[in-house]
Design a protein around this ligand. Structure first.
Ligand code: GDP
Length: 456
């Protein structure tokens, strides 16, 4: 039973327009009533209905400390499912902390990390995957990551898993009825129906597992390598994308000797950009090390921006780079279009998802790069509205369930009998209930919420 009433500051620290202290629990209205005085003396916070707001003052030690707004929610129609009052005062740390201390003196306890969301989960308002999505949304570092988190918050992943568990539960109960009550008139389970259900569920889980990598690109950012021969304008492009002069731009070939890194927001995603040393043969040992690092960075990259100097004829080095790019998700950027064109790129174009022409010196061309990246990343089938596994915990559960279904299929195929199939299906169901939190242990639940911030 959750009998305590908790309070925490729900807004980020530092000077700000407003700060919010959130109070949740059976005593939320009593606690709030001791620190809040309505401007209209005829009104009472303790008696306020859900979904109402009261204007008034934060009072402590017998004095008004600040103006305040109380926002009221009544159980179960609140974020946590309990009575909740949110008190807004002016932003900045001092008043917010005074208000929080006043709430403690009035009987509230300090909220633990993620405790509001944990209560929402424990009161059955949201599934564990939805709770995890809340955290994903808070930490989202790009539009696409935010959209994916929002889809999960709306229950996209939960519904997907639920579909699979429903099919498997129906199958398990059919098997149980058929094997446990042979005297009853339970219709026989055909081998085909059995295998079809198992294969269908198995495929849905396999798809989810396959999409995990794309989903984690969304969340962590797209590792992006800017590659190309020396002096083609890689550093200039990096500066164009990052909006400031981070890379050293000089007309001397081989200036960028190490990997210069920068995170930028582009095409609705975070690109973890690395401007690499030019990839070319060199006798200079320092530059050679830079080339080695560039190659490694190239191999690891989710996305490659290969830069060419369109004012020079195509060279052997360019052809080699294009050949390398054929294996990657790569965009060819023919740079320096402000100069007369001397490059015929036809022979190399097929190696790239997209070929664009820009002048990295021209800030207007940023949109050309943005659109190309957007197009190429979308063609990589990152669908933020789809159900996506959000973290390693969910991935592990999905893998366990998938492995159990593979076992069930082979047991069914080899005619081991329905008992063996039934055991494997139960294992799969167990793992899926752990994924959604319907059967997760306290240790797992504590671990999930410990990664939240206080106040959420
Ligand atoms: P990197 O070695 O590939 O990193 O090339 P840099 O970014 O250092 O650029 C090499 C030279 O090309 C510098 O003098 C840049 O000012 C110049 N440059 C880069 N982009 C353009 C462009 O679009 N047009 C012209 N005319 N010069 C450019």
């Amino acid at each position: 039973m959750l009998t305590s009433t908790i309070a925490a500051i729900a807004t980020a620290p530092g000077p700000a327009g407003i700060a919010i202290v959130r109070i949740s629990g059976p005593q939320a209205y009593q606690v709030a009533g001791r620190v809040f005085e309505p401007k209209n003396a005829a009104r009472s916070l303790e008696k306020a209905r859900g979904y109402t707001a009261l204007f008034g003052y934060f009072v402590a030690e017998g004095r008004r400390k600040d103006e305040a707004v109380a926002l009221c929610f009544r159980a179960p129609a609140s974020y946590t499912g309990e009575d909740v009052v949110e008190l807004s005062v002016h932003g900045g740390d001092v008043v917010a902390h005074q208000l929080l201390s006043a709430c403690y003196r009035a009987g509230a306890e300090p909220a633990g990390a993620g405790e509001f969301t944990k209560r929402a989960f424990l009161s059955g308002k949201i599934s564990l995957t939805q709770a995890e999505a809340v955290m994903e949304l808070i930490h989202a570092n790009g539009e696409q990551a935010a959209a994916a988190a929002h889809a999960a918050m709306e229950g996209a992943l939960y519904r997907k898993i639920h579909q699979v568990t429903e099919q498997l539960t129906a199958l398990a109960s059919h098997i149980a009825a058929y094997t446990d009550y042979p005297e009853e008139d339970v219709p026989e389970l055909s081998q085909k129906a059995l295998e079809d259900t198992l294969t269908g569920a198995d495929k849905q889980l396999a798809d989810l597992i396959d999409q995990y990598a794309a989903g984690s690109i969304l969340r962590r950012g797209v590792t992006t390598a800017i590659v190309g021969s020396p002096n083609v304008g890689k550093s200039t492009l990096m500066n164009l994308l990052s909006g400031w002069e981070k890379a050293i731009v000089t007309p001397i070939a081989g200036t960028t000797r190490d990997v210069v890194e920068q995170d930028v927001q582009l095409a609705g995603a975070t690109l973890l950009l690395a401007d690499t040393a030019g990839i070319r043969q060199t006798d200079d040992p320092v530059e050679a090390e830079g080339v080695r690092r560039s190659l490694r960075r190239f191999e690891d990259a989710n996305l490659v921006l290969a830069v060419f100097d369109s004012s020079r004829p195509l060279e052997e080095e360019d052809r080699q780079l294009a050949a390398r790019c054929a294996e990657k998700l790569a965009i060819a950027i023919l740079n320096k279009t402000d100069l007369p064109r001397a490059m015929d790129f036809t022979a190399c174009a097929a190696a790239f998802r997209k070929v664009i022409t820009i002048s990295a010196n021209d800030p207007n061309d940023l949109t050309v790069v943005d659109e190309a990246v957007r197009e190429v990343l979308q063609s990589a089938k990152i669908d933020p509205d789809a159900a996506i596994l959000a973290n390693e915990r969910q991935l592990t559960c999905a893998r366990t369930a998938h492995a159990a279904l593979t076992d069930a299929l082979s047991a069914a195929g080899q005619g081991y009998g329905l008992d063996a199939v039934s055991v494997c299906v139960d294992d799969a169901l167990d793992a899926l209930y752990q994924l959604t939190g319907e059967k997760a242990s306290d240790v797992v639940i504590d671990e999930v919420f410990s990664r939240f911030c206080v106040g959420k």
